[in-house]
Design a binder for this molecule. Structure first.
Ligand code: ATP
Ligand code: MEV
Ligand code: MG
Length: 413
């Protein structure tokens, strides 16, 4: 594969069903226009692998021959995909990465190496991997899944496991490519490195884009992903509390609660299951009339209440909800793993723009950040021969990335 190239994958919002998704309940999510970008450039020293992750203030270089290649999973020309992460490689990497003390740096380096060693042959020349995200990191918008998809895609391209993409920005395909399935499956391994126990919804949306209802199945059964092609246009306000949290911790906390209060949690998870299914029926109606929109807002409120019961809200998220409630503009719920991060407010259709601006101003005065973004964005894509200098790329802001990088000739799988 000729270098340089850039791959990119979107973040997502979960509209209904987060956390319950981990317990095999359905959830509904849509891709965002905010994305992660990974630039791959050649190194003069082809033995060197360089990571540049400025969004989390982390750079690292390794010599390739120091990697624990003897733990590379069985490899007969194709990478071998196991149900669980390969325990020998996991062990070897925990020794290899023992000098990294920050859990945020550690999980990114670990995901990078797990996927690199699994997907790339020892003989492929080293490169520099520079990652930039226009998404807030660790804020409930699927940054971990979008970086996992970018890494899995770049590594699969480097070793020729997938072909170069051919579908233009405005072209649509009905069938799903084997390359896309490969990327989804390997990015799920990446999410396991970052999360522990992901449902797979975030990396599915980051791979395929659009909007989906997703349900993980038990054991070796494949997950069910139903594309929602007529996803209704929703008036959503996205607010970031800027309270840092890790999805891995929140998912683990819910697991403790589900074990300790098994019966009660079952009712909560079943209630989320039921409201997500009702939301799906409403959202796939040919026309989302005023009554259906009112019910959707109610379901948002109920879903948030149930997430509070699971212990994954946060005072900062409640502040957003109270601010929006006081102005009576719509209904608010956390999105993603919660514990901080982002909330969505589903605004009433009748609300005037001036009222929304009033809400935005109040939220920003509280120190929160609001986002305007569109839903249902493109999935994983790539652009080849970009004229991008890595030292400039890592310093660009969101607007510059969207203007200079996203504006070029992208192809999708
Ligand atoms: N641009 C990036 N550069 C480096 N690491 C990143 C980047 N984006 C995400 N990560 C990794 O993903 C972690 C955040 O993942 P986490 O699952 O906790 O949050 P999220 O994916 O943003 O939210 P959610 O899972 O609720 O949607 C970071 O701590 C970091 O390890
Ligand atoms: C909290 C969770 O349901 C969504 C995180 O975006 C975890 C997952 O489904 O992997
Ligand atoms: Mg995540």
């Amino acid at each position: 594969m000729d270098l340089p190239f850039v791959v990119s994958a979107p973040g997502k919002v979960i509209i209904f069903g987060e956390h319950a998704a981990v317990y095999n309940k359905p959830a509904i999510a849509a891709a965002l226009s905010l994305r992660t970008y990974l630039l791959v450039t050649p190194n003069e020293d082809s033995e060197l692998i360089r990571l540049e992750f400025p969004d989390i203030h982390f750079n690292k270089s390794w010599r390739k021959d120091h990697f624990p290649w003897d733990q590379k999973p069985n490899y007969n020309g194709k990478p071998s995909l196991s149900q669980e992460l390969e325990p020998e490689l996991v062990d070897a990497l925990s020794l290899f990465l023992a000098d990294i003390t920050s859990p945020f740096h550690y999980s990114s380096a670990y995901t990078f190496l797990y996927l690199y060693i699994s997907l790339v042959s020892k003989t492929v020349p080293g490169a520099t991997f520079s990652v930039r995200s226009t998404l807030p990191i660790g804020a409930g918008l699927g940054s971990s899944a979008s970086i996992s998809v970018c890494l899995a895609t770049a590594f699969a391209l480097l070793d020729g496991h997938i072909s170069k993409p051919t579908i233009g920005r405005d072209e649509r395909t009905l069938s799903e490519s084997a390359d896309c399935q490969f990327i989804e499956a390997w990015s799920f391994q990446g999410e396991k490195c970052l999360h522990g126990n992901p449902s797979g919804i975030d990396n599915a949306v980051a791979t395929h884009g659009g909007a989906v209802m997703f349900q993980r199945k038990e054991g070796s059964m494949p997950s069910v992903r139903t594309s929602m092609r007529n996803f209704p246009s929703l008036r959503l306000l996205l607010t970031n509390t800027k309270t840092a949290r890790r999805t891995a911790t929140l998912v683990a906390n819910v697991s403790t609660l589900v074990t300790e209060f098994a019966k009660t949690s079952e009712f909560i998870l079943n209630a989320i299951d039921s409201l997500t299914r009702e939301a799906y029926i409403l959202m796939t109606k040919p026309v989302l009339d005023a009554e259906a929109r009112r019910r959707l807002r109610e379901l948002i409120r109920i879903n948030h209440g149930l997430l509070i019961s699971l212990g994954v809200s946060h005072p900062s998220l409640e502040k957003i909800r109270m601010t929006a409630d006081l102005l009576a503009l719509g209904e608010t719920k956390l999105t993603g793993a919660g514990g901080g991060g982002c909330a969505i407010t589903l605004l009433k259709e009748s609300v005037e723009e001036s009222k929304v601006l009033e809400l935005v101003e109040e939220l920003e005065n509280e120190g929160f950040e609001t986002f305007e973004t569109t839903l249902g964005g493109k999935g994983v894509g790539a652009t080849f021969n970009p004229t991008l200098d890595p030292s400039e790329f890592i310093k660009m802001d969101r607007i510059q990335i969207e203007h200079n990088v996203w504006s070029s000739d992208w192809k999708f799988w």
